[in-house]
Ligand binder design. Structure first.
Ligand SMILES: [Fe+2]
Ligand SMILES: [Fe+2]
Length: 304
């Protein structure tokens, strides 16, 4: 089966393909006839295909869906352009899965989830162990698919867990270098710092996040801090541990102007806030570099 990428690379000029319809927008040509531009995606690559004799209203039902299209490509004004001749919704008989067309974390969610919960399980601090396991187990299904953002970093299916997993891995190494910190609090803080995103965002069919009402009203920093407090109370956890963990979450954006409720006041909180910055920034570098060819550069990035 050919893919969006095959068309984008010019390897195929005429065939049926499956793709997610990301966007539909109606346009008017110079002679006044109406056409529609469809943005279709295989999860990594997008192309735009024109569809004649259709209106935006007729095609809007496909947005966010996996569709089967007949696409033809050709050179037009020196540029590769595409026309969709037909479009239909997919059926179970097509044997394609929606998940395979949504940008997803590169590591299976189950592996990342197990890695983090195993760390919680091995913790000596009973309060951290129980809070971590309860918040993870109660929200397991969501954690498997949740994105970390609507636009910026890790705005993919499983992105929240992927961002968290990479931070936890960094945290494990960092605490080996800074011996005067509480390693379990740093690891637990990294594992739970963005847990509030489970209530701040909800995933769209396309895999990225959309703000909830609570997300707009309170943001994930407050929501995560409050969730840890509630969980700690329910479990009768050690008050100081809960307070410190709450502070790590409350301060993980580092600066008040970045949305932090407080500036980090402990080494553990400071480490988590820096690791958060490190991972979110590196994600942007990685993403840009993936889209660049060796030797390519722009003002912000150089790909060797
Ligand atoms: Fe955050
Ligand atoms: Fe984060």
């Amino acid at each position: 089966m050919v893919s969006v990428k095959d068309f984008k690379d010019g390897l195929v000029t005429k065939d049926n393909l499956f793709a997610i319809v990301k966007d539909v927008s109606e346009r008017e040509s110079r002679n006044g006839s109406i056409y529609v531009v469809l943005t279709i995606s295989d999860g990594k690559n997008d192309i735009q295909a024109k569809m004649w004799n259709k209106t935006g209203d007729e095609l809007s039902k496909y947005v966010g869906k996996l569709a089967c299209l007949h696409v033809e490509g050709g050179m037009y004004n020196g540029q590769l352009s595409f026309v969709a001749q037909t479009i239909r919704e997919t059926t179970p008989n097509d044997g394609v899965r929606f998940e395979d067309f949504v940008p997803s974390a590169p590591i299976p969610s189950e592996d990342m989830y197990n890695y983090i919960t195993n760390l919680f399980n091995a913790m000596k601090n009973e309060s951290l162990k129980r809070i971590g396991l309860k918040l993870y187990e109660d929200n397991k299904e969501q954690l498997f698919i949740w994105p970390a953002a609507s636009k910026m970093h890790h705005n993919i299916r499983g992105g929240l867990l992927y961002h968290t997993y990479r931070m936890v891995k960094s945290a494990e190494i960092t605490v080996k270098a800074y011996k005067n910190t509480d390693p379990e609090l740093v690891v637990a803080g990294a594992a739970l710092h963005d847990i509030g995103k489970l209530w701040e965002l909800k995933p769209t069919d396309g895999g990225y996040g959309e703000y909830t009402q609570d997300g707009i009203l309170f943001g994930h920093i407050y929501l995560g801090t409050a969730a840890v407090e509630k969980c700690g109370n329910e479990l009768g956890a050690d008050k100081n541990t809960v307070k410190h963990l709450m502070h790590i979450i409350a301060s993980h954006h580092g600066k008040l102007e970045y949305g932090a409720i407080a500036v980090p006041k402990t080494q553990e909180a400071y480490i988590v806030s820096e690791l958060d910055m490190l991972d979110s920034q590196l994600y942007m570098y990685e993403k840009d570099e993936m889209e660049m060819k060796p030797g390519e550069f722009n003002y912000d990035r150089v790909k060797f």
